[in-house]
Design a protein. Structure first.
Length: 156
């Protein structure tokens, strides 16, 4: 037969709580230490301009086209025009090619599971011209590029 162990009384809620190390009173107040936040001296804000100087003006040219050969020839034409007027050039920087895919049904009724996929690729390049003089800007605006080439110009 199984022997019965005597039942022990549970301690009252706010009385004591036995932990390895002796009984502790649950209603004790513990000190909370406040830690002072150490602040570092203010850092100087870095310039967002290319080259790191405040006085620089950057002409950012973004060129887009469906065909990469036409795009590269027009970028070369832009760079040659800027170099003719002694401009400082950064680039051309190739940006990721944007690919748009389209899936269409081959047949309208019976062959529903047969599909065709088409894609359009948009190639992009980025050119920065640092501190362009007015002659450079005028020559770039008068530049005639082939059709199918899209140009975005920003002053930073």
């Amino acid at each position: 037969m199984a022997t019965k162990e005597p039942k022990t009384k549970k301690p009252a809620r706010n009385a004591t709580h036995s932990v390895a190390g002796g009984p502790k009173v649950l209603t004790e107040k513990h000190e909370i230490k406040k830690v002072k936040k150490i602040t570092s001296p203010k850092k100087e804000k870095k310039s967002t301009r290319v080259g790191g100087e405040e006085g620089k003006v950057v002409l950012r040219i973004r060129v887009r086209a469906y065909e990469n050969k036409i795009l590269d020839s027009s970028v070369k034409q832009i760079i040659d025009t800027a170099m003719r007027y002694d401009a400082e050039i950064v680039g051309p920087i190739p940006l990721p090619t944007e690919i748009k895919k389209y899936t269409v049904n081959r047949a309208s009724f019976i062959y529903k599971n047969t599909r065709e996929q088409f894609e359009i690729r948009v190639h992009k390049r980025l050119i920065d011209i640092i501190n362009p003089n007015p002659k450079t800007v005028e020559a770039l605006t008068n530049l005639s590029l082939p059709s199918g080439v899209d140009i975005d110009v920003k002053m930073l």
